[in-house]
Design a protein around this ligand. Structure first.
Ligand code: HMG
Length: 391
């Protein structure tokens, strides 16, 4: 069977941030609750002229130096922050990145899980036609009601992955552990900007789904935790990954793992998320990029276990093998620079951005230019979204 997987991975986050100490101060909460209780330090904040499309295009751009772009025959954009009920957000990205006309473009949705569904579909297409390449992008803005318990977990960002045969970064293994249930733990009706969530219930559903999916994975693959070197979990906030790993370790009838063991298993996957907040569909893959970029050990030849969770809910536990010499494929310096070079907002500026609503009459509207990546959402004209390349 042809090995298929991720040849390169790229992460993007907007150029504005809010330290959670500022949020804690404004909300009258002990900052330790956010920093230690949730394990978050900084929230990435999108300016009005950035959205799912601009973040997705900015994440994908570094992967598409010629001739890579010419072979992209599938673009799957996974998001729960879609910009249109009909037209796929990926079509705007296809245009901005000048991708070939002989390409399928589809948007994929199932809360935070859809990035994994898109990756699986892309691997299947490339396995069938190993000459082709697929671009999988996960892009989202996580938003809750201001002042609600979910607020400190907000964030945004995008991850793009080039899926190829004989990948040079990660081979996706075939075994999958699945679990699905129709539950209302987190959702966002079409008329709302911010998600609704039954917070504590959502964390219980996440853990329950992780256990069920892991049990299915072990039955399907004959593998257990001791066959896996590092773990990446969906990261709504970094403490959740510690809880999930503790839960899975106990499934193997072992003792609860200590702090050193937990840090070894998941620590490096959490570095980026701690500085951006939840990126929904992108969060698991941002964690994967973080692990590969920041882990000092050579992970070549090692197995990574991944748990993808999408509220509502569907979860999948699966695994990948890191390719030998993988470090040559990484965009570590770019990722570090993106996170280090951001404009810190005051609490007032943060609230002003989140409270801004674009008119919904569809008539002419232009955004003032903010700091963005290579693309911006310039405004609306005749009910059409207008994007532009930033020179
Ligand atoms: P909360 O009620 O504000 O927090 O909401 P809490 O009271 O449970 O405290 C949180 C932790 O901080 C606790 O630790 C406290 O003890 C600790 P734990 O007991 O859990 O280990 N704490 C402190 N620590 C140090 N110093 C202090 C202090 N005070 C308290 N002074 C909740 C927490 C997660 C519910 C809330 O943030 C929320 O609703 N978040 C949004 C939903 C969410 O993230 N759910 C996660 C699972 S669902 C999921 O991952 C899917 C999702 O990504 C969406 C999708 O699929 O599309 C969300």
């Amino acid at each position: 069977m042809t090995a298929v997987g991720i040849d390169r991975i790229s992460f993007y986050c907007p150029r504005y941030s809010l330290p959670l100490t500022a949020l804690a101060g404004a909300r009258g909460v002990d900052a330790a609750k956010y920093l230690e209780g949730l394990g978050q330090e900084v929230m990435a904040v999108p300016p009005p002229d950035e959205d799912t499309v601009t973040m997705a295009a900015a994440a994908a751009q570094p992967l598409l130096e010629p001739p890579a772009a010419e072979r992209v025959a599938l673009l799957l954009l996974a998001t729960e922050t879609g910009v249109d009920q009909s037209k796929a957000a990926g079509l705007f990205v296809h245009g901005l990145l000048k991708l070939p006309a002989r390409c399928r473009v589809v948007e994929v949705k199932q809360a935070c899980y859809s990035g994994t569904a898109a990756l699986r579909m892309a691997c299947a297409m490339v396995a069938q036609d190993p000459e082709s390449q697929a671009l999988v992008i996960a892009s989202d803005i996580a938003r809750y009601t201001l002042g609600s318990p979910g607020e400190p977990t907000q964030g945004c960002g995008a991850v793009a992955m080039l899926v190829t045969a004989q990948p040079r970064l990660l081979t996706v293994e075939p075994h999958a552990g699945l679990h699905t249930e129709d539950v209302m733990d987190f959702w966002r009706p079409n008329y709302r900007q911010a998600a609704l969530v039954d917070g504590k219930y959502s964390t219980r559903m996440y853990l329950h789904t992780a256990v069920q999916a892991y049990q299915h994975y072990t039955q399907a693959s004959g593998l257990g935790l001791s066959d896996i070197d590092r773990f990446c979990y969906h990261i709504p906030f970094t403490r959740m990954a510690y809880k999930a790993h503790t839960q899975l370790a106990q499934q193997d009838a072992g003792p609860a793992p200590g702090k050193r063991e937990l840090d070894h298993a998941v620590g490096h996957s959490l570095t980026y998320n701690r500085l951006t907040g939840n990126t929904y569909t992108a969060a698991l893959y941002q964690g994967l990029a973080s692990l590969l970029d920041t882990c000092p050990d050579d992970l070549g030849g090692r197995r990574i276990g991944l748990f993808s969770y999408g509220s509502g809910c569907t979860g999948e536990f699966f695994s990948m093998r890191v390719c030998k010499g993988y470090r040559k494929q990484l965009l570590t310096q770019r990722h570090r620079h993106l996170l280090a070079d951001r404009t810190e907002l005051t609490f007032q500026a943060y609230e002003d951005i989140l409270n801004l609503r674009i008119p919904e009459d569809g008539l002419h509207y232009e955004f003032a230019p903010y700091r963005t990546g290579g693309f911006r959402f310039a405004g609306m004209q005749d009910h059409k979204r207008c994007y532009e390349v930033v020179t």
